[in-house]
Design a protein around this ligand. Structure first.
Ligand code: NAD
Length: 250
């Protein structure tokens, strides 16, 4: 860990009450960033802030467009946002397309894609005014193929990759870097939205899921996010990086 790596930068981290987001907020803070952490889980944010008193927290629902405007304004009041880690996400109980209702699709897309888009839309003009910034959107190995989850999660993670590639290409000349991290299995609380409600769909995914070598610790993903957002990755833009122990190389 390089404790000076992000000194002088303000970082906005979503999904920071748990799992990969929590590890990312903690790591960026330990590496010198001024961290603004957000989540709708207030207890989780309070625990994070008690462990890392330098981290500021803003609680709210990323499915709410008004909250996202307030979040970006609140983060900017703490410091000029130069780093964004769009980590928050939810699973879809392995629901396949023929058993899907619109509500599930909309809920998963609202967190996994639309919130990332809204945050990017709000911060990119601010970043370009200041000469640039770095964004990492968390997708999944489920964004690299057709297996591993239900249709809403898989499609939303493919969309998150498309969002990041669009930003990388379009705003690269203005100093914006936008990269994607695709974790494999990670030991977090995402299981709360993963319990299968469609057993045949879940069993159909199992041969693919079984190719995952091991479950990672959240900080193994946070380390990749930190590097991508740092100046060491200054020419890395539009990268879709599996952090999956080789799962998707099978
Ligand atoms: N854990 C895995 O195996 C795995 C694998 C691949 C990708 N991912 C991705 O990693 C990211 C982080 O997930 P995790 O595994 O750390 O899960 P997690 O459940 O431990 O953390 C996700 C956090 O997002 C927050 N969140 C969810 N919906 C929200 C909303 N509407 N508003 C505000 N906050 C909200 C939750 O409260 C939670 O704190 C997700 O995008 C997920 O899809 C996880």
């Amino acid at each position: 860990m390089d404790t000076q790596r992000h000194t002088g930068s303000t970082a906005l981290v979503t999904g920071a009450a748990s799992g990969i987001g929590r590890a990312t907020a903690a790591r960026l803070a330990q590496e010198g960033a001024t961290v603004v952490a957000t989540d709708f889980n207030g207890d989780g944010l309070a625990t994070l802030a008690s462990e890392y008193p330098a981290i500021s927290t803003i609680q709210g629902d990323l499915g709410d467009a008004t909250f996202i405007s307030e979040l970006v304004a609140g983060a900017e009041a703490i410091g000029p946002v130069a780093i964004v880690a769009n980590v928050a996400g939810i699973m879809d109980h392995f629901v396949p397309v023929t058993e899907l209702d619109d509500e599930m699709w909309d809920r998963v897309f609202s967190v996994n894609v639309t919130a990332q888009m809204r945050i990017c839309r709000a911060v990119i003009p601010l970043m370009t005014e200041r000469g640039g910034g770095s964004i990492v959107n968390v997708a999944s190995v489920a964004g690299l193929g057709g297996s591993g989850a239900g249709v809403s999660y898989i499609a939303s993670k493919h969309a998150a990759i498309g969002l990041a590639r669009h930003i990388a290409y379009t705003y690269g000349p203005q100093g914006i870097r936008c990269n994607v991290v695709c974790p494999g299995g990670v030991e977090t609380n995402i299981g709360t939205t993963a319990a299968p409600t469609s057993m045949w769909s879940f069993e159909r995914q199992m041969p693919s899921i079984a190719l995952g070598e091991r479950t990672a610790q959240p900080d193994e993903i946070a380390a990749a996010i930190s590097w991508l957002t740092s100046s060491e990755a200054s020419n890395v833009n539009g990268l879709v990086m599996p952090v999956d122990g080789g799962w998707k190389s099978a």
